[in-house]
Design a binder for this molecule. Structure first.
Ligand code: AP5
Ligand code: MG
Length: 213
């Protein structure tokens, strides 16, 4: 099963993608997590990506597409995957489509986690992220068992550099300009499913499981 998660920054794509990946035994592939891991490790890719991410802008398609195609060609992806944060532009979606078409394959579900802009800023300021394993928490809605420490791997949790309110506004703007058109793109292919992302985390997950079966 090949799944694409759609939704604004902070809609809960990562939160849901992790649970879907766990339940259905699929790898969770987040381009944002891959970039953040590269930034943390000081790689060339990380240095390049950071220039854009800190401003709330998208990393150029050329760089992102290469990274993603390499990732989905690995052995663990042969039965499918959950893509979180990719594609984010129409050109990225076209490249993915063409790559899948060559294999006689296609995306099975594009799940849009729908959350209005008003809710987003509040969520972002309370988010805490683990830069080691990619787990995400919220100080009020999804707190870790021990404050500031990741339940999964024990690393320290941080406020992401791009979660400052002014950067969040930029990310929302970029989302509406460049990423939202993907909702129509996948609707035309007949694979779009929309869930109400303002519900509690468990309820959003239940709605998604009903779709995926
Ligand atoms: P990325 O890491 O993908 O960030 P994003 O899309 O902005 O999304 P977020 O990770 O911020 O939010 P999310 O939807 O995963 O929400 P989460 O589950 O954490 O990308 C970062 C940057 O990398 C981009 O800006 C860009 O520069 C670059 N990049 C990445 N991919 C790229 C690409 N393909 N092309 C070009 N550039 C790319 O939840 C948010 C918070 O809310 C958490 O605290 C969570 O606990 C809480 N929460 C979740 N669900 C609920 C709920 N139902 N109720 C209450 N709280 C909830
Ligand atoms: Mg995320």
């Amino acid at each position: 099963m090949k799944i694409v998660m759609l939704g604004a920054p902070g809609a809960g794509k990562g939160t849901q993608a992790k649970q879907i990946a766990g339940k259905y035994g699929l790898p969770h592939i987040s381009t944002g997590d891959i970039f953040r891991a590269n930034i943390k490790n000081g790689t060339e890719l990380g240095k390049e990506a950071k220039k854009y991410m800190d401003q709330g802008l998208l990393v150029p398609d050329e760089l992102t597409v290469r990274l993603l195609l390499d990732r989905v060609s690995r052995e663990d992806c042969k039965n499918g995957y959950v893509l979180d944060g990719f594609p984010r532009t129409i050109p990225q979606a076209n490249v993915l489509d063409e790559a899948l078409e060559k294999l006689g394959d296609q995306i099975d579900y594009a799940i849009d986690v729908d959350v209005p802009d008003e809710n987003i800023v509040r969520r972002m300021s309370g988010r805490r992220a683990c830069l080691s394993c990619g787990a995400t928490y919220h100080v009020a809605y999804a707190p870790p068992k021990k404050e500031g420490i990741c339940d999964t791997c024990g690393s320290e949790l941080v406020l992401r550099d791009d979660d400052k309110p002014e950067t969040v506004q930029n990310r929302l703007h970029v989302y509406h300009e460049q990423t939202q058109p993907l909702i129509d793109f996948y609707a035309r292919k007949g694979v779009l499913r929309t869930v109400d992302g303002t519900q509690a985390v468990e309820d959003v997950f239940e709605a998604i499981c009903k779709i995926l079966g």
